[in-house]
Ligand binder design. Structure first.
Ligand code: BG6
Length: 495
């Protein structure tokens, strides 16, 4: 991208995502020398704003959220800000796109950009189709460079709606030019799963049902629904977290080694995992293996938090789940019989994203039997808030007569390389701009994920008697513990 430059069109430029993630990410890329002088950002939204006001918004966002700090007096900041323009745009009106075309051409002339255009839709998905059409009809795809569409989740509400959305977008953009963001795939440690698995002789030979007892994936949050009650009450944790982030984490853990480190080869392996997921057969099957909960009033970190039903824009009788746990089976040769236990919830006691691989226990031989029960070996990927890996092994307690203790070998990446690693959006925006789609979800992945999730949603829509309330600040319904207990396991505490 450095060579040719690009214009970033940010639709939804006055929204939360742009403010919290996109502007800070662009600024970090600029500070790290990953953008050339030949870049421009055109902010687009309905409300009127001057360029000066827009640049001030961008400054405020960077001041609050960026990992690189800016100072308005600095020449570097002024240079950066001069690449930003704002244009109020009614996205329902194709004539406005003709205007946008003129603005784009002017900006490209000003910065010597050769016609590469990245359209980032930080918008409600219902608008994706019509924006794509208007981009084409407004002549914005007629330059000689590349044209890429970056879109945010949720990608549909179920498989049929996702298919409709995809059909609309594909009338205008080729699959290889569509970048569907799943920001979990941009996280440092999620990307590291692949490297740890495939670059270490320690792990790959053990990475199968002969040696692994189960895999546990936890995506817990302390926040509630914040200002997003309107959206969330329709989506719930199943659609908001499980269909995308959670299943993507499963694919990273379960995929076969790709034959080449090429985006399509990697995504081919991931989609095979999604296709191997055992679909729940009946509503009873769903009830037995998928637990849903909703937070009631309770204390999180010593502060009393309201019940989900009392949150803004949430139906006071809502049956929407804010917690899901499930036992997921990957029916292929490598994973037959190994349960993947996944859970995600809001208003949990800690914010944590963690994957625990529990290895099968060693046989209790005569020597070890005397020393009490052995703990299984664990390999833990810590994605958030700390980044790192640790391994739990059994060792002799120093000075004892052979008492065996589990000890941890810890590689804390955040401590080693500092907390200032690039953020997910920074990495993904950079990848989209240089045409690397490895960490974006391909259509067949999205479709397979919906197929799996739709079975759960269909069973839930028939009967909501299994929705359980859990106090805010707890680890969710007890039924989620039973899910593992039935198989002789338990959730390992997260860090
Ligand atoms: C988003 C969900 O995709 O991920 C939010 O819509 C959730 O509900 C967020 O809070 C969690 O992301 P992270 O990176 O903070 O774990």
């Amino acid at each position: 991208m450095k060579e040719t430059g690009a214009v970033f069109f940010i639709f939804g430029a006055t929204g939360d995502l742009a403010r919290r993630k996109l502007f800070p990410a662009i600024y970090s890329l600029f500070c790290e020398g990953k953008l050339s002088e030949r870049f421009a950002v055109i902010g687009l939204a309905r409300r009127p704003r001057t360029n000066e006001q827009f640049r001030e918004d961008v400054y405020q966002s960077i001041d609050q959220f960026a990992r690189h700090k800016a100072s308005k007096e600095d020449e570097e900041w002024q240079n950066f800000a001069s690449h930003f323009e704002y244009m109020p745009l009614d996205i329902t009106n194709v004539d406005a796109f003709l205007e946008l075309k003129k603005t784009a051409e002017r900006v490209e002339g000003q910065f010597g950009i050769a016609g590469n255009r990245l359209f980032y839709l930080a918008l409600a998905p219902e608008l994706f189709g019509s924006v794509a059409h208007h981009l084409r009809d407004g002549g914005l795809l007629e330059t000689r460079g590349w044209h890429r569409l970056v879109i945010e989740k949720p990608f549909g509400y179920d498989l049929p709606s996702a298919e409709n959305l995809n059909t609309e977008i594909r009338k205008v953009f080729n699959e290889e030019d569509i970048y569907r963001i799943d920001h979990y795939l941009g996280k440092e440690m999620v990307q590291n799963i692949e490297v740890v698995r495939f670059a270490n002789a320690f792990f790959e030979p053990l990475w199968n049902n002969k040696y692994i007892a189960n895999i546990q994936i936890t995506l817990s949050e302390t926040v509630g629904v914040e200002e997003r009650g309107g959206y969330y009450d329709n989506a719930g944790a199943l659609r908001d977290m499980a269909q995308n982030h959670m299943l993507q984490m499963v694919t990273m853990m379960a995929m076969e080694p790709p034959s080449r480190l090429h985006p399509e080869d990697i995504r081919d392996e991931k989609v095979k995992v999604l296709r191997s997921l055992r679909l729940y057969e009946s509503p009873e099957d769903v009830r037995a293996h998928v637990i849903r909960g909703q937070y009631a009033e309770g204390e999180v970190k010593g502060e009393l938090k309201p019940a989900y039903r009392a949150e803004d824009s949430v139906n006071p009788e809502s049956k929407t789940e804010t917690y899901v746990a499930a036992k997921v089976l990957v029916d292929n040769f490598r994973w037959a019989g190994v349960p993947f236990y996944v859970r995600t919830g809001k208003r949990m006691p800690v914010k944590s994203t963690e994957v625990v691989v529990e290895f099968k226990s060693m046989p209790d031989n005569v020597y070890l039997a005397k020393k009490g029960k052995l703990q299984p070996n664990l390999l833990v990927f810590r994605v958030n808030p700390m980044e790192g890996i640790y391994i739990k092994i059994n060792a002799k307690e120093p000075g004892s007569e052979g008492t065996i203790l589990p000890v941890a070998m810890d590689f804390c990446q955040s401590n080693q390389v500092g907390l200032n690693t690039p953020e997910a959006y920074e990495r993904l925006l950079f990848d989209a701009a240089r045409g690397d789609s490895t960490y974006f979800t391909r259509w067949d992945e999205v479709a397979s994920a919906w197929q799996f999730v739709d079975r759960i949603a269909a069973a839930w829509s028939q009967n909501d008697s299994d929705l359980q309330l859990y106090p805010a600040g707890s680890w969710g319904p007890e039924a989620a513990d039973k899910l593992l207990e039935e198989d002789g396991f338990h959730w390992w505490p997260v860090n």
